[in-house]
Design a protein around this ligand. Structure first.
Ligand code: S3P
Length: 182
């Protein structure tokens, strides 16, 4: 199994919208780890956090990692915390090319606050969320490819991801070094 394209990054990075467009562009199936979890549990992510707590959600993410091993050739958007555990970046890289959608923290924060209900934001002020982001950065940074999303829309991000994936295919020696900013 493998050869998936796996999108990682903080809340608000656009993993879902970029993933959906990217999958269409590449003619691949699109999968979201949060959707895998809600489908299995029959409850929304906010409901899971409210009723069972974060620890339970993280256990469900662990289970999802095992299911991801069955995927092949898909575009996979991960929840913002999925790759941020010891061993996860390596485990994800074994399943395909991991792409970090990086962005300016304040832009990510604003987008994350505006769109949808996000349990990891509730009860946390901006500084706490930034501390969470900084703690996660070392995990995101282990991605095979980094795409800077600052100031550009999903279509342009997709174009950058496609370029970066082509570059990697063309020159495997540059694996892990890629920075696909404009
Ligand atoms: C989380 C991010 C969410 C979702 C859950 C936890 C996180 O996904 O998995 O609420 O810990 O950052 P998005 O990154 O799609 O918002």
């Amino acid at each position: 199994m493998g050869a998936n394209v796996i999108l990682v990054g903080f809340m608000g990075a656009g993993k879902s919208s970029v993933g959906r467009l990217l999958a269409r562009r590449l003619g691949r199936c699109f999968v979201e780890t949060d959707d895998m979890i809600t489908a299995r549990e029959g409850r929304s992510i906010p409901e899971i956090f409210a009723e069972r707590g974060e620890a339970h959600f993280r256990a469900l993410e662990e289970e999802t990692m095992r299911l991801l091993a069955l995927k092949s050739g898909d575009v996979i958007a991960t929840g913002g915390g999925l790759c941020c555990r010891a061993g996860r970046p390596e485990a994800l890289k074994a399943l395909g090319t991991v792409v970090w959608l990086r962005g300016d923290f304040d832009a990510l924060y604003e987008r994350a606050r505006r769109a949808g209900e996000r349990p990891m934001l509730s009860g946390r002020g901006r500084d706490d969320v930034e501390a969470l982001y900084r703690a996660r950065e070392p995990y995101y940074r282990q991605a095979d490819v980094t795409v800077d999303t600052t100031g550009i829309g999903p279509d342009q991000v997709v174009a950058r991801v496609v370029l970066a994936l082509r570059d990697r295919l063309a020159s495997p020696a540059t694996k892990g070094r890629g920075e696909a900013a404009g």
